[in-house]
Write a protein that binds this ligand. Sequence first.
Ligand code: DQA
Length: 151
Amino acid sequence: MKPTVYVINGPNLNLLGTREPDKYGRATLADVETLCREAGDRHGFAIAFLQSNHEGELVSWIQEAGRAGAAGIVLNAAAYTHTSVAILDAIAATAVPVIEVHLTNIHAREPFRRTSYVSQVAKGVICGLGPQGYGLAIAGLAGLAGQGSRT
Ligand code: DQA
């Protein structure tokens, strides 16, 4: 069985394609899923692709990835990035490496977006590259797995 990468998307990302396209582009979440599955195929990963508008559900999926022994988590926690101690704690509690992804460069936007609770416990961070950031994160997890590093 292939190792699994969980790709977890937070609130409002279900609206990609129509949501503020000047910032987030025209690609839909389904397009992002296709990109992730193609990257998964290239790197030998099964992909669990998930989206929720609810903080607790994101926490539960991070815990589930840990229980399942996932190879990694690609996490775009969206607005919860900037507010959620619960997500920080869930990441801190798992041995699964987390790559934080944002479509936009959160450091070049409003000041409140410069604080990321996720960054404090993430293995790596990719932001500002649009949907391709997800593919790069999956490639990064493959590199980490090749090094035998899960933390
Ligand atoms: C986002 C950036 C967040 O600040 C914002 O709340 C989002 C999307 C991004 O992918 O650029 O919903 O995570």
